[in-house]
Design a protein around this ligand. Structure first.
Ligand SMILES: Cc1ncc(COP(=O)(O)O)c(C=O)c1O
Length: 387
């Protein structure tokens, strides 16, 4: 049975061409640490990290490679920003669809006894009628930041972040964007979106390996934050404090060097192909899948969360209503070799918003290497399972 991988929202597969070779080449032939030696190979590793930061700048219209932080991934990066930012408490605004990578750190801060934060969430349909004033009304004198996902990992819908960023800038609050489901899928412009921080895992739309991510920090925002993690940086070793310069301030410990080689290769691929090409491809897949589902919907009850009129990053969730979602997911895998994900997808708030908290959904997520035939085969499989 030929397998069809439609769980790209969890992690992308396959990776960009050359990623595994770049990783293997580093491990087999280079193998040395970064910022820890002055010999040639150590310099080569340092240059590769610089190249990765520079590629990120190009891809996300960002000016300063020294403010591109190499992290272990989106979750750790979000914790690294959220925890110090709200050390003294304050007010935060989020979307109603947040992933637990944002919601759980915030929950800890909400529940703590000393300096608990307060949280407001904007309404799901924000901006659909072109009116963003409900968001403005949530901003208070103690609002420190708006932290939100760019695209939902449940419905795939993309929030209008350019308009949201404009408001954050006007009101003087920081705008932290979790681009876990949009990076590499749709164009992102750091400047135009007025971001303070952009958080990206390397292993999803960026088509790199797991265990590495990138976080882009605006200079004044980086200055505002204290480090969350402490340790050796290979620089100013005589000091018992973290360096105050970038990127060392936020990069303690030996990084994931194989990951640096792999992700650099992946960004090179994305640069060559162009995010617009990737987006055009996945939106065709998404469109075809939706059309097929609407035909099925004529005969069977299906619930598909997401607002019409919003862009989609290539994710469709379905509540099969009269048929057990877990059963659909396991039959897709066992009978048809189609890999999807069932449940709440680490985003209980989103399901609360969609009314699918009890049932969960089966999530189909697409990527650049999925083919149209795979979409057709999946629709056929769904029809057979439901008949
Ligand atoms: C919207 C969103 N934010 C954050 C994350 C966390 O990413 P990671 O598990 O790679 O740290 C995910 C992962 O699914 C996600 O979909």
């Amino acid at each position: 049975m030929k397998e069809i991988y439609l769980d790209q929202g969890a992690t992308s597969y396959p990776k960009a061409p050359g990623v595994s070779m770049a990783i293997a080449d580093y491990i087999e032939n280079i193998g040395v640490s970064m910022n820890r030696g002055s010999y040639g190979k150590a310099m080569d590793v340092g240059s590769m990290a610089i190249s990765l930061r520079e590629r990120a700048c190009k891809l996300f219209s960002f000016q300063d490679p020294s403010h591109v932080i190499i992290t272990p991934g989106a979750t750790i990066a979000l914790n690294m920003l959220i925890m110090p930012l709200f050390q003294e408490g304050g007010h935060v605004i989020t979307s109603p669809l947040e992933h637990n990578a944002v919601r759980r750190p915030l929950e800890i801060l909400l529940q703590r006894e000393e300096n608990p934060i307060s949280l407001s969430s904007f309404l799901y349909d924000l901006g659909l009628d072109g009116d963003f004033s409900p968001l403005e009304k949530l901003i208070r004198p103690d609002t420190k930041a708006l932290i939100m996902l760019h695209a939902s990992n449940v419905s795939g819908e993309v929030f209008p972040v350019e308009a949201i960023g404009k408001i954050c800038k006007e009101k003087g609050i920081d705008f932290i964007l979790d681009a876990s489901q949009s990076g590499g899928h749709i164009p992102i412009d750091f400047e135009k979106m007025n971001l303070s921080a952009l958080i990206l895992p390397g292993h999803k739309g960026l088509l790199g390996p797991q265990g590495i991510g990138l976080t882009l920090l605006r200079e004044d925002f980086a200055k505002k934050l204290s480090p969350y993690l402490y340790g050796g940086t290979g620089s100013v070793s005589e000091s018992l404090r973290m360096p105050n310069f970038m990127p060392d301030k936020f990069e303690p410990g030996t990084p994931n060097i194989p990951g640096i080689y792999g992700l650099e290769k992946a960004l090179q691929f994305i640069e060559e192909i162009g995010v617009e090409t990737i987006q055009a491809h996945t939106s065709k897949l998404h469109q075809r899948f939706l059309e097929g589902l609407y035909e099925i919907q004529g005969k069977k009850k299906l619930r598909i969360p997401g607002k019409e009129g919003r862009e989609n990053s290539g994710v469709v969730s379905i509540d099969f209503c009269d048929t057990d979602n877990a059963l659909v997911c396991s039959r897709l895998a066992s009978q048809y070799g189609i890999m999807t994900r069932q449940g709440l997808h680490c985003a209980p708030m989103a399901h609360q918003c969609f009314g699918t908290k009890e049932s969960g959904t089966v999530r189909f997520s697409f990527g650049f290497f999925n083919r149209m035939e795979e979409i057709d085969q999946t629709l056929l499989a769904i029809r057979e399972i439901l008949s």
